[in-house]
Design a binder for this molecule. Structure first.
Ligand code: FDM
Ligand code: MG
Length: 228
């Protein structure tokens, strides 16, 4: 008998929704249930491309135009494609802490450059470079309202950690989920969890999403789909 493949589970949400905390809890819970699992964070700041992204996010001296940094975020996923697929084929479930959906909405939320092109990046332009990447079996979206987000700890120093940007990101995530077209995801790919509760409550809801993802893999063809 061949080993069934692992599930590909993306965890998405706004900053301060608790993604990293929930990923850690989930990883332990999967392993405790005897399900081999790994965590992959995007951006992956450890690679040469990741170093460029990190320097863009953390310093104002690294200036890249919006298109270039967008393509670097995508390239940072492409360089993990082979390891994502081989991890799944080895029967290991892979949790992604952010993925192409963050990639789309953060770039599309940016204020337009004044010169030379006054238009913001379109969603369709932002989606294009990720077409062909492995498509998650389920996207668990940690949903947090503006009020609750503002009660939580303040933003750090990184680029994008600004209120106006976060509000646009919120709206764009809603649009992707509503249209069901975040890089060709269907509406049912999104598992929306209210992230306003306690860590344990949220973990309980996230776990239901994971069980749904695992069920989809068991009942599916075994193939990993691609983002279209
Ligand atoms: N981000 C993240 C992007 O703009 N594009 C992407 O493709 C990804 C994966 O990078 F503001 C943004 C989201 C966030 C910033 O992410 C750093 P972390 O999760 O805080 O490291
Ligand atoms: Mg951050």
């Amino acid at each position: 008998m061949t080993t069934p493949r692992g599930a590909l589970i993306a965890i998405e949400g706004l900053d301060r929704a608790g993604k990293s905390t929930q990923c850690d809890i989930l990883l332990n819970r999967l392993r405790a249930a005897g399900i081999p699992a790994k965590l992959q964070k995007f951006p992956d700041r450890t690679t040469p491309i990741g170093h460029m992204i990190n320097s863009y996010l953390t310093t104002t001296s690294t200036n890249l135009d919006d298109q270039s940094i967008h393509l670097l975020f995508s390239a940072n996923r492409w360089e993990s494609r082979d390891s994502i697929l081989s991890t799944l084929q080895a029967g290991t479930t892979l949790l992604l802490d952010r993925y192409v959906y963050s990639g789309i909405v953060f770039s599309a939320a940016k204020p337009a450059e004044v010169i030379p092109d006054p238009k913001p990046l379109s969603i369709s332009w932002c989606k294009a470079p990720d077409v062909g990447l492995p498509r998650p079996d389920i996207i668990i979206f940690l949903n947090i309202g503006q009020e609750e987000a503002e009660k939580r700890a303040g933003f750090g120093e990184e680029r994008y950690e600004k209120r106006e940007m976060q509000e646009k990101v919120r709206g764009l995530f809603e649009r992707l989920r509503g249209e069901g077209s975040g890089s060709s995801t269907d509406k049912e790919d999104w598992w929306v969890v209210d992230a306003g509760g306690s860590i344990e409550e949220v973990a309980g809801e996230v776990w239901k999403g994971v069980e749904e993802g695992l069920r989809r893999v068991r009942e599916g063809s075994g193939e990993v789909r691609s983002i279209e």
